[in-house]
Design a binder for this molecule. Structure first.
Ligand code: FER
Length: 277
């Protein structure tokens, strides 16, 4: 008995780390390193009127090198996690460096990346209790802010292609849940959907994909990724299982890692490199 009680935690720890796929897609070294020999895009803060919230709200916007020379651009909406705000990706994920490097190497098409505040309420700061019911509810309210306020603002302010195949949505954790919930419910608006380490706000597969044939026909990419030692992996795994059973094409990337930016940066690298082609 004593031997079992000593061994069991070790066995559990090993099995938690044993799921990473042998073929997991991992970004090459240097993908997130600043390079001074290539052109850089820029990140601006914009303010947009939100009828949903009844306030002027902030978002960050990455425009790629050479902008606006390429004419009309596709747009990725990139969402943060439960403790973050519109600056979380910039603070922790170097999205502008990842995109600049991908574009310089011809591994991503030039695109605009919009990083909003996904907590759609008047005080949209994380606050003292990021799990408070009204803060969590605001992540769901953001569906209307995004569709009715932010996307129309972006499309009248920037030279963008306003069609579903030129719009992508992805996010980390709570933002991954939002991206899956909103993207899969609005195939008329988004053709490219990605969830990185999606959180418990993610709807059930049956709710997300009630009509697998329609989703399979309309979606250009469904991306699901997670670290193998992330306690939230079941929310990604169950969508993967459902998509396998119902023949919905998707990418499921289980990589070594926990619930952190190492996994989310790889998610952005992989997802952005597959978009709009
Ligand atoms: C929860 C655990 C984690 C939850 C949300 C999260 C709403 C989100 C984590 C993150 O965004 O990093 O129970 O419930």
């Amino acid at each position: 008995m004593k031997r079992i009680s000593i061994l069991l935690p070790a066995v559990l720890a090993v099995s938690l780390n044993a799921w990473a796929q042998p073929g997991a897609r991992i970004a090459p070294a240097g993908f997130d390193s600043l390079r001074l020999d290539i052109p850089a895009g820029r990140v601006d803060t914009v303010s947009y009127p939100s009828a949903t919230v009844g306030a002027v709200r902030r978002a960050l916007v990455y425009t790629p090198p050479g902008f606006p020379d390429a004419g009309k651009y596709p747009v990725l909406y990139l969402l943060h996690g439960i403790g973050g705000d519109e600056k979380e990706w910039l603070n922790g994920g170097r999205p502008q460096v990842i995109l600049d490097n991908l574009i310089a190497e011809g591994k991503a098409v030039p695109m605009i990346v919009v990083m909003p505040n996904g907590r759609a309420m008047k005080d949209d700061s994380p606050g003292a209790n990021i799990f408070s019911p009204e803060k969590v509810q605001a992540f769901s309210t953001f569906e209307r802010d995004l569709l009715d306020d932010l996307i129309p603002f972006i499309e009248k302010t920037y030279p963008v292609r306003p069609d579903r195949e030129s719009r992508a949505i992805a996010g980390l954790s709570m933002g991954g849940g939002q991206a899956l919930n909103f993207g899969l419910a609005h195939l008329e608006t988004f053709a490219w959907v990605g969830g990185f380490s999606s959180a418990p706000n993610t709807k059930t597969p049956e709710e997300l994909i009630p009509n697998p044939g329609e989703t399979a026909a309309k979606l250009k990419l469904l991306w699901l990724s997670c670290g193998d030692a992330d306690n939230l992996i079941r929310f990604s795994q169950r969508i993967h299982d459902y998509c396998e059973t119902h023949q919905v094409p998707h990418v499921y990337n289980v990589e070594p890692g926990v619930h952190d930016f190492k996994v989310w940066k790889n998610g952005l690298y992989q997802f952005a490199g597959r978009l709009f082609r």
